[in-house]
Structures are given as C-alpha cells and as structure tokens.
Design a binder for this molecule. Sequence first.
Ligand code: BGC
Length: 565
Amino acid sequence: MDATTADRSTPVAEAAPAVPWWRHAVVYQVYLRSFADADGDGIGDIAGLRARLPWISDLGADAVWVNPWYRSPMVDGGYDVADYRDIDPRFGTLDDVRSLLADAHALGLRVIADIVPNHTSAEHPWFREALAAEPGSAARARYLFRDGRGPGGDEPPNNWLSIFGGRAWTRAPRTGDRPAQWYEHLFDPRQPDLDWASTEVREAFEAILRFWFDLGIDGFRIDVAQGLVKADGLPDVPPGVGPWVGGLSHPYWGQDGVHGIYRSWRRIADGYPGDRVLIGEVAPTEDDRHARRARFVRPDELHQVFNFDLLAAAWDVDAVATAIEAPLAANASVGAPVTWVLGNHDTPRQVTRYGRASTAAPSREEQARSHPTDVALGTRRARAAALLLLALPGCAYLYAGEELGLPDMDDLPDHVIDDPVWRRSGFTIRGRDGCRVPLPWSGDAPPFGFSPPGVGTWLPQPAAWAGLTAAGQEHDALSMLALYRAALRLRRAHPGLAGERLLRVPAPDGVLALERDAGLRCLVNIAGEPVAIPAGSRVLLRSDTGAADGDPLPRDAAAWLEPAP
Ligand code: BGC
C-alpha cells in the first residue's frame, strides 16, 4: 500500500462534531431466523432479538442490521417477499417491530432493515396477477415477461443464467391464444425480477421506504442493489461470462440507470430527521470494481456500499493490503467512507475460511466440494482478522456469531438443507446454510438457549458448540467474545481510532503494519517470523491468547500498539 494514497488524514478534533454516525459505525448483522427464538418454534424472531438488544449494545455495536423480516414463503430465507409492509408471522408482528425500535433507540442502537427491490416472491399479489394476465398487460409490465425464441417460443428469450443455478428464465403457464411467455429471475424461479422501467414499481418502492421510515427505521440495506436495471432489449451475456463473475460489462449489473433510483431514494432518506442511511449490496467482481462501487456512494447517492474485498481476500499480506488500499483510494475520490466485512449470511464464517487450505472466499466450483478445516488455526486467524477489521477507519460490519468464534457447520444432513442453491445446483452445491446455524447462547446441549429446552431448531446445532456459547465465554478473559468486547470498547474510546486516517508503515516480510491517529498501530503477522513488539510501544490488545505484552508477535496474530507514554 502506498502510504501517501492511503493517508486521508483528517484531524480528529476538527472532524468529530460533524462526522455522521454511519461513517465510523459498527453494525451488527442479525440473521433473524438464527439469532434467538422467543416463541419456541425453533426459528428466531423479533421478540428474541428484542430480548438480546442489551447484549448487542454491551458488545459495543452502534446499529443492528436485520435480514428480511417481511411476509414470505421463505424460499430464500425471506429474500422472497410477498408483502413489503407486513412482518412474517414466524418472526412476529409490526407491533413487535415498534417495540424493537423503541427498545433499540433507548439503548442508543439504530435499526437497519433489509429491502429487496430486485425481485418479489412468486406469492406477491403482483406476480399472481401477472401470471393470470395476458401477455402485454399492465400486470405483466411490472415484471420481465418476454416471448421466447425459436419455434413456438420454446427457447428462453436470452442466455442469462441464474445465480442459484440453471437458467434465469422460467416459462409461465399459457394464458390467452399466444404461446406462453417466459419470466426472468436472477435467483430462484420463485423470485421473479421486477421491471424497474415501470413507474409503478418505482413509486411503490418509494412508498415502502416511507412506510418504514415513518415507523422509525434508521436505514436500509439494499439487496442486489446493482442489479435492478437491465440493459435495453435484454441482450445476451457475452460468451464465457458467468452469471456473477464479470470481466466485461454485464447486461444486468451496474447499469447506468440504477443510479437515478438511488438518487431519488437518497432524497427520501434525507427528508427524515436523524441521519437515516442507505447501504447497497453492490458486489462487482471486475478489476475496476472499486471505481464501480464508488459511483454508488457519490454524495447524492447511497451512504455506503458493501466492500467485500476483505471477505474475499486470502490470508496473505499482499491480498489483505490490496483489499484495504484499493477501496480506500476509490472511495476517497468521492468522499465516502469504506465498509469492512469479514463475514455474512452468504459466505463461510472466518474460522472456517481461514482454517482451510485455500483461505480466499470459495468459488462456486469450490463450494461443490467439502474441505478439511483446521478450526484452531482458523480461530487464531479469525482473532487476528478481527483486530485488523476493527482497526480500520470507516464502518465495520459484524455477522452475529463471529464474536463467538463460530465455525460453519459443514456436515448438515442433506435433508435439512434449506438454501435454494442446493436444489438449483442439482444437489451439488450445499449452499450457505452452514453459516446460518442458530446461535448458541447458553447450556451444554442443543438448543443452547436459542429456543426453549427440547425444541428442535430450524437447522441443527453441533454438540461441539457447547464450548462456544455466549454464556460460557462471558467470564473467560481469553474468549473470542472477550476479544471483540475489548476491541470494540477501545474502538469507541481511544482517540487514535476515531479519525479517518490510515497509513501503511514498513514492516518485516509477511507482516502488515497500519497506523491510525496519534501513532496507534495495528500489527498483523499474517505469514512472517515472530516479530518483536517495537521498543517504545505499549500493547493495548493482542489477539494471541495467553501471550505476555512484550512477547514477540507470532504468525497468525495481531496487536494494537500505542506509543508508550
Ligand atoms: C442476499 C442473499 C440472497 C440474494 C437474493 C443476496 O444478496 O444476501 O442472501 O439469496 O441476495 O435476494
């Protein structure tokens, strides 16, 4: 990393009063189905989350992002919405949300909802109406219905593939005299894509945003944010280009027209008091992805986009340094902070990923095979990575359970797998359920306080999690939980971590050394020889358990240092 490009020095004393909360927040992601079950049906719910808000606040988060909670047939864990203004009965009611917001706000926590604008559920009244309507009708114009190619329209309208496997087109039942049409879906066939050229669609979503903002929601994470607008004429994807991986411009990722949507959403958010935020799930994979992402966070568009570079990067100094440097430089060009993410509900947890031979996020092909995992190694690296993540300027996203050091559950029995990827891939890719197993809160055996005793959880928990419960880690100074709490406390209180400045400073081979304000340093030994703690430094926190402050920092460990007084 070039020290000069990374140095976006902003003196803390000048910046602090004007800095909006979201530029440096810690956001805790709650996959609702797997967080805490209050009503005893084995599925997490809003009342369960509400009861644990003090725990999240004590951890040191500023905000909670809750994965979709809307009425849904749950084909894709709620990313298939049948009613955007109501809560799924499995999760609770709108009144539960009101209570959640009241409690969260009383604790100083903000609540970010997840909006799913690219597609609805096939159970949404609009789609039911569209299926029953004639080709060319207004009801069909809200979605992407097209005539097929070839004799009788039997071939799909273009070559697009679904991200979950198979074609991105499904043939609708025939209505009227014409051959049956096809409808487009980037994900599961039960998640039909909306047509954002439709004014009705645009207005409906603006009204949905207002509905939730009026209720008191502090912001939205926008699902598949780069995919809403499809290229005119729905042209074929160029040969050799996959549904997700780019390299060339895609007819559905990051089309120019998408930016106008977010400009109007930004105006809506800005019309409400209290710094409401919009966070886009924008995940381009092209080499120019940083510049592409930065376009979404120009001053009049989204507040943040997810930056998945660290989540994707191998445990390797150059890969990690690039994953930090490139987004910082790109976002600095538009004055936006960077978000940092190591895990989420779509990707293997850190302990698992860093404990495998290949430590980069697995490709689709790699996901089809099982991989041996060294959990102890993965845990050491996950601890070091947590100190790296929380030392970076900008907004950190934590995926619930990472603070407990949970690994993925790789050996879920086939019959419990719920992820649509499993079926769509012809039962070759087990999908994302391994990182979605319900959290272990307390006790010695499943359901570990997630549900009342005796209740089977929607995905089974491994018995081995008895050593990883929140209650068990509570008073263990060497636990992952203790490390996260200590780091989050320092991140809040230490002036050296308050600004937006980051500098890479020289370090031995295999070691990454980053400097924040007032000389505060984060040293991460990724692949080097044990490195001496520099003279004149005081250790604030180290990731390696049981080490004395002055011990050399071994491989797979990190430390926060400040100049000794
Ligand atoms: C979400 C996934 C979901 C997909 C389709 C993604 O970005 O994070 O969990 O399956 O969108 O909605």
